[in-house]
Design a binder for this molecule. Structure first.
Ligand code: MEV
Length: 433
C-alpha cells in the first residue's frame, strides 16, 4: 500500500498524527500517547515550538545540563550543554574542576570574518569580465547599503568583494567571493540577502552573458578562528608516573595526526563538547560541524584539531594542550533569543558576545578532548562510560531503591554489559519470587 500523501502540511496537528498512526504505529493509542506526552501544557510555548518548523507533531527532548567550575581567562563560567550522551557533561565538569586549580583555560579569537559567494558561469573573454567587475564593484557595495546599514553601525558589514577565476576547477566557472564581518550575529540570513542583491546587480548587464548559478554563504570559515589552551607542569598532570602518561597523551595526539580513522574519532570527542554548547545556545550545529571537519582536512589530510607539547623545564617539563577551530556563532538573531532555553543559556554564560561564545565553545571542546585522551591513555574509556551506562540500564529495569543500590554495588568492579545487568537483575528477582 502506498504511503505517499499530498497536502500533508495543510492537515491539523491531530490529522497529521492520525495519519501517522494509521500508516505506521503498531499500537495506535500507545504511539499517540507518546507523542502527546511530549506536548507542552503551556500552549503559548508549544505554539512557539510548533512554528519553528513545518509539520511539527511533538517535541523531541534532549537533556539540558550545566557543567560548573570552568575558569576561562580568569573568569568563572557555568556552561549549559544539551546532549544525550551519558558521560559528556560529567567529563566536562571533571575537567573544568581539574584545570581550575591549574590556571584555568586561556583563549584567543584569532579572526572573525565569514565568506559568501555568488557562483556564476561565463564563457567569454576573461579580461572583459574583469573590466566589467572593476567598473561595477562600488555599485555592488551600494546595492547592499540598506541591508548593511545596521550591521555597519555595529562595526560589521561587507569587507571585500573579489572576482575569482575558478575555471581550473570547472570550465567557465567564476565567483564573486565576498568577505563579511557579522559581529554578534552568525549572519546567515544577512549574508545570503546581501549576496542575492549583489548577484542581481552583477548579472544586470547587456554587454556580457553572465549566468548566475547560485548565491549562498559558505559554512567553511577558516578565518573565523578561535584558540583555547591549557598548560601546567607535567608533574601536576598525574598523581603517579606523570612523565610517562604525559608522553603517552602526546603519542595519542601524534596518532590522531597520522591516521584519519583515529583522527575522526578524536575530533568527534571534541565535537561532543562543542555541539552540546552550540545546541544549548540555539546556534547551528550542522554549520559548525561541516566547517570544523573541513578545517581538519585543510591540508589535504584529515587530522587532529588539537595539539599538545611538552617544553623542557627544570621542574621536569611544561605540558601545553590546545585546540584551534573555526566557529561561526551568534549571540543575537536566529534562535538565540527566540528559544527561551537558548536565551537562558546565554544568560547563564553572562550574556557573551559572539567572540566570547567562540572562546567558551572552544574551551568545552578542548576539555572534552582532554577527558577522552586522559581516560584512553590511562584506565581506558569504558570504565567511566559504563558507570554512566550502568545507571541507564538499571533505570530501564527497576526503580526499586534496594535493587538499584544492589546492582550499582554488584557491578562496582565488574564489567558492565546490558545482558550482564539483565541477567543479575533476573537472578535476584527469581531468588525472591
Ligand atoms: C565518544 O563519544 C568520544 C571518544 O571516542 C573520543 C575519543 O576517542 O577521543 C571517547
Amino acid at each position: 500500500m502506498s504511503k505517499q500523501i499530498s497536502g500533508f502540511s495543510k492537515f491539523t496537528k491531530e490529522e497529521k498524527i492520525n495519519w501517522l498512526a494509521n500508516q505506521f504505529f503498531m499500537d495506535k493509542n500507545q504511539g499517540i500517547t507518546i507523542l502527546q506526552s511530549y506536548w507542552n501544557s503551556n500552549k503559548k510555548l508549544q505554539k512557539l515550538h510548533d512554528d519553528f518548523i513545518e509539520n511539527t507533531i511533538s517535541n523531541f527532548y534532549f537533556p539540558y545540563a550545566v557543567a560548573p567550575n570552568f575558569v576561562i581567562n580568569n573568569r568563572d563560567y557555568t556552561i549549559p550543554m544539551a546532549i544525550e550522551e551519558s558521560s559528556v557533561v560529567a567529563a566536562a565538569a571533571l575537567v573544568a574542576k581539574f584545570w581550575s586549580t591549574r590556571g584555568g583555560f586561556k583563549t584567543k579569537v584569532i579572526s572573525t570574518t565569514k565568506i559568501g559567494q555568488v557562483h556564476f558561469m561565463f564563457s567569454s573573454n576573461e579580461n572583459k569580465l574583469l573590466d566589467y567587475f572593476n567598473s561595477i564593484k562600488s555599485e555592488l557595495f551600494e546595492v547592499t547599503n540598506d541591508i548593511t546599514k545596521n550591521m555597519r553601525k555595529r562595526g560589521g558589514g561587507i569587507l571585500d568583494i573579489e572576482l575569482r577565476n575558478k575555471t581550473v576547477d570547472l570550465k567557465d566557472y567564476y565567483q564573486l567571493h565576498v568577505t563579511f564581518e557579522t559581529k554578534d550575529s552568525m549572519g546567515a540570513n544577512f549574508i545570503n540577502t546581501c549576496l542575492e542583491a549583489i548577484a542581481n546587480r552583477f548579472k544586470d548587464t547587456k554587454k556580457l552573458d553572465i549566468q548566475i548559478v547560485m548565491s549562498i554563504l559558505s559554512n567553511y570559515v577558516p578565518d573565523c578562528l578561535v584558540r583555547a589552551e591549557v598548560s601546567c607542569k607535567v608533574e601536576d598532570l598525574y598523581k603517579d608516573n606523570a612523565t610517562y602518561y604525559a608522553e603517552k597523551f602526546i603519542n595519542a595526539l601524534d596518532i590522531a595526526n597520522a591516521e584519519p580513522h583515529r583522527a575522526v574519532t578524536h575530533n568527534k570527542g571534541i565535537m561532543n563538547g562543542i555541539d552540546a554548547v552550540v545546541i544549548a545556545t540555539g546556534n547551528d550545529f550542522r554549520a559548525v560541524e561541516a566547517g570544523v571537519h573541513a578545517y581538519a582536512a585543510r591540508n589535504g589530510k584529515y587530522r587532529s584539531l588539537s595539539g599538545a607539547k611538552i617544553d623542557p623545564d627544570p621542574s621536569g617539563g611544561v605540558f601545553s594542550f590546545w585546540l584551534e577551530i573555526p566557529l561561526s556563532l551568534g549571540t543575537v538573531g536566529g534562535l538565540t533569543k527566540l528559544h527561551p532555553l537558548a536565551k537562558l543559556s546565554l544568560e547563564i554564560l553572562q550574556n557573551p558576545s559572539a567572540k566570547e561564545l567562540m572562546e567558551i565553545v572552544a574551551v568545552v571542546g578542548l576539555a572534552q578532548n582532554f577527558a577522552a585522551l586522559r581516560a584512553l591513555t590511562t584506565t581506558g574509556i569504558q570504565k567511566g562510560h559504563m558507570k554512566m551506562h550502568l545507571g541507564n540500564i538499571i533505570k530501564q529495569l527497576t526503580t526499586n531503591k534496594k535493587e538499584v543500590a544492589y546492582l550499582l554495588d554488584y557491578f562496582k568492579n565488574k564489567p558492565v554489559s546490558h545482558s550482564a545487568v539483565v541477567s543479575e537483575f533476573d537472578r535476584i528477582n527469581s531468588k525472591y519470587s
